[in-house]
Ligand binder design. Structure first.
Ligand SMILES: [Mg+2]
Length: 218
């Protein structure tokens, strides 16, 4: 008998390309924030932002741990966009592709939920998802920390083997594998010893591999 399947989608650089316009803007805003609130120069602020991002998966995590920064204040002031719609790069067929995938779909992102919702609305795919999990909901613990992965399994009452995580970050996929989820790596170049069940250039290729990923769970 078919059983449940939960698709766990990352947002940035998975469902849309954040690297061309949105990530550079967020990076500039974070650097400006560190200059203003930590009193750093441009070079030191930029270096600190990158160091925490590499070490913790999110700059915010380093700021909470080492500087006592208020996470909501930081997230608000680093996700301001004059024209978010104009910065989005995505495939127009995304909505029809997502609606063809069987099972429940959620977003699980290290971004704040207000930003996630706005991006999903602008792309026109908010209705494709049963839930949106932002960084606030895991107590500001970003992927690849395992806390959020176990939180998802508990909240959605689903075993890890019935989850498929779709992501561009290898660190986040490795963590998904450790908890027992299936994994799909988006945008990555082929690697030896690939730490994912499947590698695709685009989420839009997913429907072709549903049988391979879900087997009898459809
Ligand atoms: Mg991503």
């Amino acid at each position: 008998m078919a059983s449940r399947c939960l698709w766990v989608f990352d947002l940035d650089d998975t469902l849309h390309a954040a690297t061309p316009h949105i990530f550079p803007s967020i990076s500039r805003q974070m650097t400006a924030y560190l200059r203003e609130y930590l009193g750093l120069g441009e070079i030191e602020a930029n270096a600190l932002r990158q160091r925490y991002w590499l070490r913790y998966g999110a700059t915010l995590q380093g700021l909470i741990r080492h500087h006592g920064i208020d996470p909501e204040h930081f997230l608000y002031h680093t996700h301001q966009f004059d024209n978010l719609r104009g910065m989005l790069v995505y495939e127009p067929r995304l909505r029809s592709v997502l609606s063809r995938l069987p099972g429940e779909k959620i977003i699980y992102s290290n971004a704040p939920v207000s930003y996630i919702d706005e991006v999903l609305q602008l792309i026109g795919i908010r209705a494709c998802f049963d839930a949106v999990i932002g960084i606030e909901e895991t107590g500001f613990r970003p992927k690849p920390q395992l806390f959020g992965y176990y939180y998802l399994l508990k909240r959605f009452h689903v075993p890890a083997c019935q989850c498929v995580m779709v992501e561009d970050s290898l660190d986040n996929l490795r963590a998904a594998r450790r908890v027992g989820m299936k994994t799909v790596w988006i945008h990555g170049p082929p690697l030896m010893g690939m730490p994912a069940d499947l590698r695709l250039n685009s989420v839009c290729d997913l429907p072709r591999y549903v049988n391979r990923l879900l087997g009898d769970r459809i």
